[in-house]
Design a protein around this ligand. Sequence first.
Ligand SMILES: Cc1cc2nc3c(=O)[nH]c(=O)nc-3n(C[C@H](O)[C@H](O)[C@H](O)COP(=O)(O)OP(=O)(O)OC[C@H]3O[C@@H](n4cnc5c(N)ncnc54)[C@H](O)[C@@H]3O)c2cc1C
Length: 295
Amino acid sequence: MNKSFPQLKGPLLHNHPLAKHTSWKIGGPAEYFYRPVDTEDLIKLLNAWQDEPVTIIGAGTNILIRDQGIKGLVIHLRNSLNKLQALDENTIHSEAGVNLTYLVQKCTELGMIGATFMAGIPGTLGGALKMNAGAYGDAIWHYVKSVETINRHGQIKTRAATEFIASYRQIEGLAKNEWFISAELKFNSGEIEKAKQQMQTYIQKREKSQPLNLPSCGSVFRNPDGDYAARLIEVNGLKGKQIGGAKISEKHANFIVNCGNAKAADVESLMQEIVATVEKSNGIKLITEVHILGD
Ligand SMILES: Cc1cc2nc3c(=O)[nH]c(=O)nc-3n(C[C@H](O)[C@H](O)[C@H](O)COP(=O)(O)OP(=O)(O)OC[C@H]3O[C@@H](n4cnc5c(N)ncnc54)[C@H](O)[C@@H]3O)c2cc1C
């Protein structure tokens, strides 16, 4: 059924394909889809949206959307809620839809060397907060001072970082139907030229080790304590294994790439095979890092 909310600033789309909003280029449609123009627009939408479930996505770089799609309303924050402001030489305030690459670039230009570990991690700030995105032993929640969240009824709260517990690729403290809309982050500062160099080094490292020429979602599994998911997948001879259009990358075994026409079902079958094989031969149950959405 088509719904209409004349008070909104943009179009509410019905049966909107989501594959193009994910880095895997996979996924069925959203029953309803909306990209808010600003926070006020998001509040109006959530005030008006009474019944069906709500899902918020960022740049779709860590989600597998199932082929049947997502019921209810999907709110897409990438390229909306995208204001970024430096508060002083160490501190920035960023809305949740800001692209992480842009955020790192801005921080680097201001000499905030502490932000460079995020160089090359795709996605939005909101997704990074939810996933506690990180690299090289560092992670974003080390730098969060406070966040603003919104709930299912459009109510906004400012919350201190101390209200959350961040660990490897996850956080505790966010309620069901509560989402990030902005954050204040504080990074160490240093020399601008050194920060720029460090950012380039991190980007080059990724280009060398990751299959960035094909659609993927980055690492599919979390690294188990004291080991690497990629190593475990590789020693079991699974590199290059393909189901339908989904293939375990030859370059990085913890990446599953879309060779052109992969379905979410292909990716899930491959993930199940990896988990079963590694558990059987190494006694380790790999945990999925990627969030699976939809029925
Ligand atoms: C090539 C490649 C390399 C990568 N390398 C890394 C890496 O080094 N380190 C790393 O940590 N990750 C990495 N990733 C994974 C991914 O980029 C990060 O997890 C990123 O932070 C996800 O952001 P997103 O906006 O794309 O989130 P999405 O994929 O859109 O969403 C991820 C989850 O967060 C939820 N979410 C999104 N926005 C919000 C919000 N505003 N409030 C609350 N919940 C929200 C979604 O519902 C979903 O559950 C990589 C991915 C790719 C494709």
